[in-house]
Design a protein around this ligand. Structure first.
Ligand code: MN
Length: 259
């Protein structure tokens, strides 16, 4: 171990991770980030940078379908981020696919649903982002809008990119919520890159933010030692673009991961 410590510190410094630079004083929490991909397990750099900026040390959890392997990784990490990606197969919530449904990734569905359940069962904190929110909702018995534009046609909100600009829309954050404690309650704006969303919210979860069309933009679960925060928007991308308003979501995850 004595030999390992300087090596670990050098690796951390090379990675430019601010938290790891303080590794001598307090060990920075290891944050597992669920991978995306089909022929590779990838994590977007913005997620990695946000975890580092909040004081965590990111590690990629590759797409796995072996629950023992997932359990072994979960045993080593202190907290988990689940990231964005493809649509989830509606078979998991008992619906037939609509023609408007997008691409699915069967291996990733298996992985994400398993990771969501196992993380909550392990009592480790979980931050779900975009597909991460949807995977958590489905994993705990909820369902999804398969395609907001066709299923909520009178929605005045554009949740998905259809031009060169990053789309933003207003959301209302409920006053009595962990999300409000971390950021601010009331009206604010968030980015939006999704055409699916939580429909029936899984039992045990509370909706903490909605858009004007009623679409769930955040949900959370705090029961005993279960700590789950999920958002439909992309705080990591906002941070990458210089908007720090939702960095506290990552800071929450790192603070909880120290407990
Ligand atoms: Mn949205």
């Amino acid at each position: 171990m004595r030999r390992l410590v300087p090596i670990l510190i050098s690796i951390a410094v090379l990675c430019g991770c601010s938290a790891a630079r303080h590794a001598r004083s307090a060990p920075a929490p290891l944050i597992g980030i669920s991978a995306a991909g089909t022929d590779a397990s990838r994590v977007g750099q913005a997620y990695i940078d946000a975890v580092c900026a909040a004081g965590g040390v990111p590690v990629i959890i590759p797409i796995l379908t072996d629950s023992l392997a997932v359990a072994a990784i979960l045993d080593k990490v202190d907290g988990v981020v689940m990231i964005g990606g493809e649509d989830i197969d509606p078979d998991f919530y008992g619906e037939a696919a609509l023609p408007e449904m997008g691409e699915i990734n069967a291996r990733r569905d298996t992985f994400d649903l398993m990771l969501a359940r196992m993380t909550v069962r392990s009592r480790k904190p979980l931050l779900g982002i975009c597909r991460g929110l949807q995977a958590v909702n489905v994993a705990f018995g909820g369902s999804l809008w398969q395609d907001i534009p066709s299923q909520i046609p009178d929605s005045p909100i554009c949740h998905r990119v259809n031009g060169p600009e990053s789309p933003f829309h207003d959301v209302y954050i409920k006053e009595v919520s962990r999300l409000a404690e971390l950021t601010a309650s009331g009206l604010t704006s968030v980015n939006s890159y999704h055409h699916q969303a939580a429909k029936d919210v899984a039992k045990g979860f509370v909706v903490s933010a909605t858009a004007a069309d009623g679409v769930v933009e955040a949900m959370e679960r705090f029961e005993g030692k279960e700590r789950v925060l999920c958002v439909q928007f992309h705080p990591e991308k906002m941070f990458a673009e210089g908007d720090r308003r939702f960095l506290p979501l990552f800071e929450w995850l790192i603070a909880e991961s120290r407990k």
